[in-house]
Design a protein around this ligand. Structure first.
Ligand code: FDA
Length: 394
């Protein structure tokens, strides 16, 4: 029978960080995963280049019912600590924008670095391993697994959220939490594209599919993000849409300012004065792509020479472009979502140690907890920081 002191279920970002750090402290660590490979989401992340952290990471970049929870862990293992680790391993990286750090080469550089650290510290990593039952045994836990029965003093749940089931995501961590008396906060897909069913909007998006518009301001429920949006066959995507999706609930209206840097009422009046015979769609083609200008003119405005618009019509055009209001039909769901919002209620977990306040020796790290980062490397930073925090106490 295997006799580790610490069992970690889930060899993703948080589980790997927790395992290497606890083993480096001298703990005997067994890291289990039901997948055939560790860190599949790391490999897929950042378009294959892993946006592994963000230079401007702070607690305000995270959503949680308990917004103070993430502060302690984030302060004790910062983005600079992870950057130092990356530098120690000679992994080349760059800032793409907005403090987002990506590998120059491949995401496998980050996974390789974590696996190296695990190996050097003596972590026992077992893949293709399933856990069918967990019970309390004395002051520790006893697991029934495909490797046989395993006893441990500390058990860490690092099984992530529900997004992308094909990458190994399961609701296992939530089941364990419930079994040991934890409350779960409702889960939903976050950082996910919107779908549209309104026939007119859908046609517009389908026809513009693949077109992106830079620096739009997208707002919902008092939050707004200034980033690109992307039209898709199903609706809308792109960084600004993914960001706002985490704040959106079914039925909510989303507002999009397609030209936040332009004083539209002023610009339209100026065009009317200076180019009275030019058509609106020609002028808009100088700002957007020609195709987009043509389609917006067709779907939203009757395009005609500027001199023919009344002041009220110009005002309506400005409002439409700067405050396009739409109610998404839904999201693409866990199939494409980058993260899961909600999960294990952090009010029942120690923010210092990540240990359950209900069942001593049980720890939760990473995305299984109700802590969700913005797009831009924040979710990995939470995985590193929470995994590191638990590793000091397991
Ligand atoms: P993670 O999901 O990484 O790991 C959980 C592990 O548990 C998996 O290995 C899984 O197989 C295992 N597991 C699940 N159930 C199990 C069970 N029953 N038994 C045994 N093992 C089990 N974030 C970011 O900061 N920058 C980025 O660039 C990206 N990019 C990105 C792209 C895509 C496509 C996705 C889906 C997500 C991202 N993210 C991201 C989000 C980021 O990947 C995510 O927040 C972290 O991987 C969460 O780390 P965890 O370790 O908590 O879970």
């Amino acid at each position: 029978m295997l006799s580790p002191q610490v069992v970690i279920i889930g060899a993703g970002a948080a589980g790997l960080m927790c395992a290497m750090t606890a083993a480096a402290r001298g703990r005997r660590v067994l890291l289990l995963d039901h997948a055939n490979k560790a860190g599949k989401k790391i490999l897929m992340s950042g378009g294959g280049r892993c946006n592994f952290t963000n230079m401007y990471c702070e607690p305000g970049n995270f959503l949680s019912h308990n917004p103070h929870f993430c502060k302690s862990a984030l302060a004790r293992f910062t983005q600079w600590d992870f950057i130092a680790l990356v530098a120690k391993h000679g992994v080349p990286y760059h800032e793409k924008k907005l403090g987002q750090l990506f590998c120059d080469n491949k995401s496998s550089d980050i996974l390789g670095m974590l696996l190296d650290e695990c190996q050097q510290a003596g972590v026992d990593l077992r893949l293709d391993t399933s856990v069918s039952a967990i019970e309390r045994a004395g002051s520790g836990y006893r697991l029934t697994t495909s490797l046989g029965a395993i006893a441990c003093e500390s058990l860490v749940i690092a099984t992530g959220g529900l997004s992308i089931p094909t990458l190994g995501a399961s609701g296992f961590g939530y089941q364990v939490a419930r079994q040991f008396g934890h409350e779960l906060l409702p889960t939903r897909a976050g950082l996910v594209p919107f779908t549209l069913t309104d026939p007119q909007l859908k046609t517009l998006c389908t026809e513009l599919s693949g077109t992106s518009v830079e620096d739009c301001r997208v707002s919902c429920n008092g939050q707004s993000f200034l980033e690109n949006i992307l039209f898709t066959h199903r609706g809308l995507s792109g960084p600004a849409i993914l960001q706002i999706s985490s704040y959106w609930q079914p039925g909510d209206t989303v507002s999009i300012d397609l030209l936040p840097h332009v004083d539209l009422p002023e610009w339209l009046l100026e065009q009317q004065r200076e180019r009275p015979n030019s058509e609106l769609k020609t002028l808009m083609g100088e700002i957007f792509t020609k195709k987009m200008a043509g389609l917006l003119a067709e779907h939203w405005f009757a395009s005609k020479p500027m001199k023919q618009y009344t002041p009220a019509e110009l005002k309506a055009i400005a409002e439409r472009l700067s405050d396009w209001q739409l109610v998404p039909a839904g999201t693409e769901g866990y199939r494409t979502a980058e993260v899961t919002l909600g999960g294990v209620d952090t009010r029942e977990v120690s923010s210092k140690t990540m240990e359950s306040l209900k069942s001593p020796g049980l720890y939760f790290v990473g995305e299984v907890l109700d802590v969700t980062g913005h797009l831009g490397g924040f979710n990995f930073q939470w995985a590193w920081a929470s995994g590191y925090a638990a590793a000091q106490y397991v």
